[in-house]
Design a protein around this ligand. Structure first.
Ligand code: IMP
Ligand code: MG
Length: 178
C-alpha cells in the first residue's frame, strides 16, 4: 500500500471545508446527513470544524460489496430518522465516483422537500463519472485508483487507517504492514 494523502493533508482539507461551509450557512442551522459507513470519520472531523448549530442523521446505501469497481446498483440499507421538510441539508459522502450514489440519494431526499440540499464529499474521483453531477463542496480531487483508509474500506477492512492509501487487492497485505 502506498500512502497517497497524509493525515495532516486530510486535516487541512477538512478545516478548509469547515470554513467554506461556515461562511455559506452563516445564519442557518445545518442538518448533516452522513452516508454510512465510509463517510463516518470524515463527518466526525468535519462537524467539529463547523462553528454553527448542527445536527446529524445517518443513511446507509451500498454499491460495492467486495469489489473495487462500482456495481452500478444501489441498495438502501438504512434511512434517516429526521423529518427534513424545510431544513437545510448537507449530505456528507466519502467519495463521488460514478456519481450514481449521490444522484440517487439526492433524488430520494428531495422528495421530502428540504429548504436546501447540498453535498460535501471528501474525495472527488472524476474518471468514471457517468451521471452529470458535481459535489457542492469537495476536499480532494483525484483522477483514478482505488483507495482505503480514513473511513474508506476494501471489503470492510482498513477504515481505521488515519491516512489514505492506494490499494491493489491483488497485493493485499496484512493491515499491520500498511
Ligand atoms: P459511485 O456511486 O460510483 O459514485 O460510488 C460512490 C461510493 O463507492 C462511495 O460512496 C464509496 O463508498 C465507494 N467507493 C468509490 N471509490 C472508492 C474507493 O476508492 N475506495 C473505497 N470506496 C470507494
Ligand atoms: Mg460511500
Amino acid at each position: 500500500m502506498k500512502q497517497l494523502y497524509t493525515k495532516q493533508y486530510i486535516a487541512q482539507q477538512v478545516a478548509r471545508l469547515g470554513i467554506e461551509i461556515d461562511r455559506d450557512y452563516h445564519n442557518k442551522e445545518i442538518l448533516m446527513i452522513v452516508v454510512l459507513k465510509g463517510a463516518m470519520m470524515f463527518a466526525a472531523d468535519l462537524a467539529r470544524e463547523i462553528d454553527r448549530p448542527l445536527s446529524m442523521d445517518f443513511i446507509q446505501v451500498s454499491s460495492y460489496g467486495g469489489q473495487t469497481a462500482s456495481s452500478g446498483e444501489i441498495t438502501f440499507k438504512k434511512d434517516i430518522e429526521t423529518d427534513i421538510y424545510g431544513k437545510d441539508i448537507l449530505i456528507v459522502e466519502d467519495i463521488i465516483d460514478t456519481g450514481l450514489t449521490l444522484q440517487i440519494l439526492k433524488q430520494h431526499l428531495l422528495k421530502r422537500k428540504p429548504a436546501s440540499l447540498k453535498t460535501c464529499t471528501l474525495i472527488d474521483k472524476q474518471k468514471h463519472r457517468c451521471v452529470p453531477i458535481e459535489s457542492d463542496y469537495c476536499g480532494i480531487t483525484m483522477d483514478d485508483g482505488f483507495i482505503v483508509g480514513y473511513g474508506l474500506d476494501y471489503d470492510e477492512l482498513y477504515r481505521n487507517l488515519d491516512a489514505i492509501y492506494t490499494f491493489d487487492p491483488t497485493q493485499q497485505l496484512a493491515q499491520g504492514d500498511a
